[in-house]
Design a protein around this ligand. Sequence first.
Ligand SMILES: NC(=O)c1ccc[n+]([C@@H]2O[C@H](COP(=O)([O-])OP(=O)(O)OC[C@H]3O[C@@H](n4cnc5c(N)ncnc54)[C@H](O)[C@@H]3O)[C@@H](O)[C@H]2O)c1
Length: 250
Amino acid sequence: MMDFADKVVVVSGGMGGIGLEICELFGAAGARVVAVDRRKDRDGSVEGGFRQRGLDVRFRAVDVTSALQVSTLGQHIRTQYGRADVLINNAGILSFSPLLAADANEWDRVQKVNCKSAFLMIRAIAPLMQGTGAIVNVSSSAAQKPTANTAAYSIAKAGLLTLTQIAALELGPGIRVNAICPGPLDTDMPHNYLRGHPMKDQIMRDMIDRTVVKRLGHPKEIAKAIAFLAGDAASYVTGAVLSADGGFMN
Ligand SMILES: NC(=O)c1ccc[n+]([C@@H]2O[C@H](COP(=O)([O-])OP(=O)(O)OC[C@H]3O[C@@H](n4cnc5c(N)ncnc54)[C@H](O)[C@@H]3O)[C@@H](O)[C@H]2O)c1
């Protein structure tokens, strides 16, 4: 089920909690992984760690909200690899703010990173799939089960679900396009955004309480679900949304 031998897999947000697990899993399944992130692998130690384990994972510094940088990435992949087989739009940023206090510039930034970037990446990478491939967009349980104070993020992630359906219609039948909605995970993302928040512990406890499984998810569990959507096991799945949220409830 997890055979991606020689497949060219492009992952955005590859330096993050879920992104690194995606690189690990696809690399171990034989893929040639191109991981892009706005964070740089400054001393090459992340890429070097993959290489030492025999995995072909290469990092490139790309801001996926920049049409120019994403288009240059597409040209690079065409030149270096000749094609792409899988695209995982995983880059994202979180944002918490009550509607009435939300900053308009921050709102735009959240839309760009969580939603517009997927459009830019699909536009640059799908033509390299030569009619056959798979795209997985990493949305969030917030798209379908939003909570207060998350309007910018939840709306961007809901937009990503609509983009998923439209891309499935326009790129099918050869290219399948699906979305995954992770629930609360044990990655840096929630911890970083809630750092210093007076209610941090309470908010984390509430999130766990709202899952059926009563725990945070591990990014490995999301990588495995993404691999399912990207692989042959999901050959009849397109335009779909897979919840991987431990049964997160409103
Ligand atoms: N962690 C969670 O609880 C959770 C829950 C649901 C959905 N998600 C989604 O999963 C995805 C990955 O989240 P994570 O937990 O690994 O977060 P993370 O913060 O650990 O990783 C996100 C990565 O995206 C990169 N990124 C941000 N903006 C970028 C840009 N403009 N260009 C290129 N790269 C950029 C960051 O540098 C970072 O490495 C995100 O889309 C997030 O919204 C996370």
